[in-house]
Design a protein around this ligand. Structure first.
Ligand SMILES: Cc1cccc2c(=O)nc(N)[nH]c12
Ligand SMILES: [Zn+2]
Length: 374
């Protein structure tokens, strides 16, 4: 029994975007979709009830972080991550490789795995494909990610080639070590940087291993937007049309629309929750830094085009006041609005695909958001 299946509903006649549905043991979700990030078993400042109220149907958590705190054994004893955090819809966990590369300084990559220091206390640690599978099996996430290397940007062709080949060998070891393929779906992660030949090699090696879904890794690591779009252009067609495609770490409203147009189904990014905590909001007219003095007497909502609970009941002046006083409720309000904004945006993208007008939707959204067209 394959725990994760993808249903292609239709393709947008104006662009390559696809409307689909992903089925998991903890419910289904329509795609293209945005997945809120809950690294430490919480989408920071949000309750599961609030996430459900904004129609979030899948959230992320993280192998590396939960391994360090509280430890996968405690979460396993609690009955798994869904029970531990009281979230009964779908959960996707990243495999920890990326976090090791982005969080830890001393690290040494070898065939067996990665030696590095715990970013909290400096102790020496070792993470391998087998360990990453063991942790995710203990967490019980519906979608697990293979243990991959996400090379720094830019990387030489030669370095990238050997990294892609190791990531493919690690992917095989993940399939070997995965204990619960009947209830947890393991996704392969395509690497290869901006090199089309290496993206082809990585995709064909991973597609031959027949994963239930595929992620495009190695992007949103500092490359220019047009490089990301080019890589997507020649990578998504390499992936099976009957399986989900997940672009890791992406994020901004324009990148979500551009990714959907190039055939991506799933996105995740810490952007909306992270900028919310420093008082920056996403609105239909671009970003709004609500802590700005000019909003001190502004009694209008964050975004007059938004129908979220925050925009219906609270003003910029009040939210600015809370943020300036470092009041937690202020961060809850900006976080709720930002997540709702991106989830709503993806709903508009899905409707535009249904009506064969995603190209037009992109034009009008970019215009209003203040993004100059290329
Ligand atoms: C979270 C994230 C962002 C961006 C890229 C990556 C990647 O290449 N691999 C993994 N495992 N995670 C990633
Ligand atoms: Zn709102």
């Amino acid at each position: 029994m394959i725990p994760i299946t993808y249903e292609l509903i239709k393709t947008d006649k104006q662009t390559g975007a696809r409307l689909g549905r992903v089925h998991t043991p903890h419910g289904s979700f329509d795609t293209p979709t945005f997945m809120p990030v809950g690294t430490l078993a919480t989408v920071k400042t949000m309750s599961p009830e609030e996430l459900s109220s904004m129609q979030a149907n899948i959230i992320l958590s993280n192998t590396y972080h939960l391994w360090l705190r509280p430890g996968e054994d405690i979460i396993e004893e609690a009955g798994g991550l869904h029970k531990f955090m009281n979230w009964d819809k779908a959960i996707l966990t990243d495999s920890g490789g990326f976090q090791v590369f982005s969080l830890s300084d001393m690290r040494q990559i070898e065939e067996k795995g990665v030696h590095f220091r715990n970013h909290l206390n400096g102790e020496k640690l070792f993470l391998s494909p087998e360990k990453a599978m063991h942790i995710q099996n203990a967490l019980g996430s519906d979608i697990m990610m293979a243990f991959d290397e996400c090379p720094p940007y830019p990387a030489t062709y030669d370095y990238m080639k050997s990294s892609v080949e190791r990531t493919s060998r690690w992917a095989e070891r993940c399939l070997e070590a995965h204990k619960r393929p009947d209830i947890q779906g393991l996704f392969g992660i395509v690497q290869g940087g901006e090199y089309e030949e290496l993206r082809r090699q990585s995709a064909s090696e991973l597609v031959s291993l027949d994963f239930p879904g595929y992620a495009i890794g190695g992007l949103s690591v500092g490359e220019p937007k047009d490089v990301m779009n080019q890589v997507l252009e020649f990578t998504t067609p390499l992936l099976p049309a009957n399986k989900p495609r997940y672009l890791m770490g992406v994020g901004s409203p324009d990148a979500l629309i551009d990714g959907a147009i190039r055939g991506v189904d799933m996105f995740d990014c810490v952007l909306p929750t992270r900028i919310a905590r420093n008082g920056t909001c996403m609105t239909s007219h671009g970003r709004l830094v609500v802590r700005n003095a000019k909003y001190a007497r502004d009694f209008s909502p964050i975004d007059e085009n938004c129908d979220c609970h925050v925009c219906k009941n609270y003003t910029r002046a009040y939210i600015r006041h809370l943020i300036k006083c470092n009041e937690t409720f202020g961060f809850r309000l900006t976080t709720y609005h930002n997540l709702h904004f991106l989830l709503k945006l993806m709903e508009q993208v899905r409707t535009a695909i249904k009506e064969d007008r995603l190209g037009d939707f992109k034009e009008s959204f970019f215009e209003q958001y203040g993004l100059n067209q290329e």
